[in-house]
Design a protein around this ligand. Structure first.
Ligand code: SIN
Length: 479
């Protein structure tokens, strides 16, 4: 199966495929060429989608968990059967190296499989009653129609990380995919339809300007839950808007991940972990390390080996199997990387390797030293292939520097000392800690942040709870 011309050609997916009255263009960041003319949905499509989501929710929730599970399992099979085509779509629309895109499809499908299984384990509870004639129960029910907003950096996995638990729980789901990456989402909808997903249960509304569409759905009382992955700034707006109709909300927001490399680390093993953590997806993930703290005793050896490993990464055509780093997603992302480097250099930073823009949207993997706290890259996500190295003397100092941020998504450390591994992990104010592990993400674990990095958890058995309400039933027996 390949992505139908419909999905590429100004159609959106609702209770079937519909043509939008207006369109917008998306381009391939690797070449700048026009990739597709896609549907540009607005408030009218959003209002229709809310009504469809309400109707489909009322029938989808009546299906047994076993019926929903079977459809999700077929969706998983179809995703894996179309892995190559889905991966290629993703690479074309956002520039992710093809080997990483294949990995992302498996990651995305992993959420679908996990929640196909988890659908059957939404258990209730019984409580001992305080009166002899009463029986007390708690049951779990789907929260209702869900509005999801997903980012461009994981065009498939962030869709299934939200839609799969929602659909498994019995909710209907309206997705606004990122402006840059609607094709992967539309492709997933085609596969959902082919798997037997009932019309209206999963709707995909691409759009160029999300504000009017989003405002319509946020104001609609039939939408009972909103789930968002993206910037803290937009998360704050959705959090405020959700107050109008008291929607349940999950937010996976920005990060500013520290990596602490202690003096006892085995550098041969530590460096590949820190490299993978930093340069995955050209540094464009919320959990990529943004600040690398290295004990002063090993700083010289670390920076030499780390810079050598970074400069060996192959930058180039993301469709090439050997490419490690593709283009940045757009001119705005590219300008931010340049701005962070220029700002750091103007405040005294030194380039150990890289530092230069290449042609198009490509950027050299960069390592910087002589870093100070007032630099932009020490205060916000760079979202690019830039690694600042900072030294520390004591564990306490490293923890204090790592926690000195309003963000709290992911943090990492490398050590051979078990007691240090426990103490530092517990002291880090983050939702996720990778100990000697630069790539901790997988579908069955709790993913999410603390502080201004978000609310709620996605993945594992925690993920489905976000789409369920608890209902208490008190039953009096005739006395
Ligand atoms: C993200 O960048 O938001 C997701 C990263 C992941 O799932 O590993």
């Amino acid at each position: 199966m390949t992505l139908s011309t419909k999905a590429k050609d100004a159609y959106y997916y609702s209770d079937g495929w519909h043509q939008a009255s207006s369109t917008y263009q998306i381009s391939n960041p690797a070449t700048g060429e026009l990739l597709a003319e896609v549907a540009n949905c607005g408030p009218d499509e959003a209002a229709k989608a809310a009504a469809i989501a309400w109707d489909s929710f009322n029938s989808w929730k009546q299906k047994t968990a076993f019926e929903r599970s079977e459809i999700l399992m077929r969706w998983f099979d179809l995703m894996m059967a179309n892995q190559e085509e889905l991966a290629r779509t993703m690479t074309l629309e956002m520039g992710k190296p093809i080997k990483e895109s294949r990995g992302e499809v498996a990651y995305a499908a992993g959420f679908v499989k996990w929640y196909a299984e988890e659908a059957k384990r939404v258990y209730g509870e019984t409580m001992p009653a305080h009166l002899a004639h009463k029986r007390l129960f708690a049951i779990k029910q789907p929260v209702g129609p869900v509005y999801g907003v997903t980012p461009w950096n994981f065009p498939s996995a962030m869709v299934t990380r939200k839609a799969a638990p929602a659909l498994a729980a019995g909710c209907s789901f309206i997705l606004k995919p990122a402006e840059h990456t609607p094709l992967s989402a539309l492709y997933l909808a085609e596969l959902w339809e082919a798997a037997g997903g009932p019309p209206g249960t999963l709707q995909i509304l691409p759009c160029e300007d999300p504000v009017p569409l989003s405002e319509t759905l946020m104001a609609d009382p039939r939408i009972r839950k909103v789930t968002f992955t993206g910037s803290t700034e937009v998360g704050r707006i959705l959090y405020k808007q959700s107050a109008q109709t008291i929607k349940k909300i999950s937010l996976e927001l920005g990060g500013h991940a520290p990596y602490l490399v202690f003096a006892d680390a085995d550098l041969e093993k530590a460096i590949p972990e820190v490299i993978a953590c930093k340069y995955r997806n050209a540094g464009q993930t919320c959990v990529c390390t943004n600040r690398i703290y290295v004990h002063s005793a090993i700083m010289e050896a670390f920076s030499e080996k780390y810079a050598a490993a970074a400069s060996e990464l192959k930058v180039g055509d993301p469709l090439d199997d050997n490419t490690d780093i593709g283009p940045l997603v757009d001119a705005q992302g590219f300008a931010k990387v340049q701005e962070h480097i220029q700002d750091a250099l103007s405040k005294g930073a030194k380039i150990i390797t890289g530092g230069k823009a290449l042609s198009g949207l490509y950027f050299e993997p960069t390592v910087l030293s002589q870093i100070s706290d007032d630099m932009k890259l020490m205060n916000e996500e760079t979202f690019g292939p830039v690694a600042p190295l900072i030294s520390f003397e004591t564990d306490e100092e490293a923890i204090q520097m790592a926690n000195n941020t309003p963000y709290g998504l992911a943090a990492y450390l490398y050590t051979n000392d078990l007691s240090r591994a426990f103490k530092v992990s517990e002291a880090l104010e983050y939702g996720i800690v990778g100990v000697n592990d630069g790539l901790p993400s997988t579908p069955f674990v709790p993913f999410g942040g603390v502080k201004q990095s978000g609310l709620g958890r996605e993945g594992g058995h925690w993920g489905i709870e976000e789409y369920l309400e608890v209902k208490y039933i008190s039953m009096g027996l005739p006395k």
